[in-house]
Write a protein that binds this ligand. Sequence first.
Ligand code: AKB
Length: 326
Amino acid sequence: MKKIFVTGALGQIGSELVMKMREVYGNDQVVATDIKCPKEHEVVGSGPFEILDVTDAKKMHEIAKKYEVDTIIHLAALLSATAEKNPVFAWNINMGGLVNALEVARDLHCQFFTPSSIGAFGPSTPTDNTPQDTIQRPTTMYGVNKVSGELLCDYYFHKFGVDTRGVRFPGLISYVTPPGGGTTDYAVDIYYEALKRGEYTSYIGKGTYMDMMYMPDALNAIIQLMEADPSKLKHRNAFNITAMSFEPEQIAAEIKKHIKHFKMDYDVDPIRQAIADSWPNSIDPSAAREEWGFKAEYDLVKMTEDMLSKLEKKGIKNDSEIVCAK
Ligand code: AKB
């Protein structure tokens, strides 16, 4: 039975992954950690939880040892736009946290997962159907962290035999926990604003294509890759995976099918636009398909239907309707 240690457990991926893994492996088998500890969170209430700042190597080791974990899912990191605002801080959290987690994995013989990103590519990377193995010269601090992280995880595999595995995530879209500080976050915000106000101002410009994925597919991908037969893995850190690629007009058109009066305009943020422009339009996930059977279930149509209905169930609705209802 796996005993899994998760960092960044209250973040966008962590808050759903912990609950899913507790369902699959048992509540007590998943030790969630985060720098904060809100009292009322289901992750905190449903199984072991510890406060951890990932730059604190000693405490990380102590917690992992205390629970006798055999798997580490290292998620704590700053996303692209936040990292660009404070690059040295991002280096310290993203790289410092990663090397600490890898050291724990080495010492305690743990299997290891950490996500990379489409941000690991840069302007000199082929932009369409970006291959698994290609040029990686990113121009953002986040991208530099992600490429360095991929290489560091390969190093720990080759040098120390740590079973490191990873994927390059596209923008992740979910109705549970909002992302924070990413470039692809517009594709989450747009659903909330469509329901609340019937309109959205996109900070990403018209015609900017980026890869995206609905959270259920992302969670399945992590579990599937961690369960994959190691003898089948030619790559490890990190596999291209994607479910769809779209530009703002396309997601807006899809939302309009459900909310007829929905309107979108643009007020482009130069920082996030420059980051988006440096990333691929679409990546090729064939290595993930071939080596461990990756397959996404949700495309833009299916995701939009599910996202809007789940947000409505959560009570996200037109502000004026809320005022009228009082
Ligand atoms: C971001 O926008 O920073 C992330 C990512 C694609 O890695 N969502």
